[in-house]
Design a protein around this ligand. Structure first.
Ligand SMILES: [Zn+2]
Length: 118
């Protein structure tokens, strides 16, 4: 089972490490590099309408699943207690999304942060 480390941050580092889920409570967002190794950065806003993050003191869980269909790899997976589980089928993935309105990772937040820094 592949795992992620989590790290609570104030500012997004310029270079993201593979296998680390960076969480900014201040900006209500999390960011990590796609777990397939493609190098794409996945931003998951945390809000009642987007992702929900839970932290049990040791590990974090993100819901719903992460669907990177805007990347070439089209990877989709769940992060549960820092463990990555790949969705076994698109059906499984889509049925979870049907319960909520469709949400997808955004890259906007990262761009905003980078612009502010300069
Ligand atoms: Zn990927």
């Amino acid at each position: 089972m592949k795992t992620l480390k989590h790290e609570f941050i104030e500012f997004v580092p310029d270079v993201l490490e593979e296998g680390v889920l960076y969480i900014s409570v201040l900006h209500c967002s999390a960011i990590h590099k796609c777990v397939c190794g493609c190098g794409n950065e996945v931003v998951t806003p945390i809000s009642p309408d987007d992702w929900q993050l839970s932290f049990n003191g040791k590990s974090v869980t993100l819901r719903p699943s992460i669907g990177n269909w805007n990347f070439d790899c089209k990877s989709h997976y769940w992060i549960t207690n820092n463990e990555i589980r790949h969705a076994s089928s698109w059906e499984e993935y889509q049925s979870e999304f049907e319960k909520k309105k469709e949400i997808k990772p955004k890259r906007k937040w990262l761009r905003l942060k980078k612009r502010k820094k300069k």
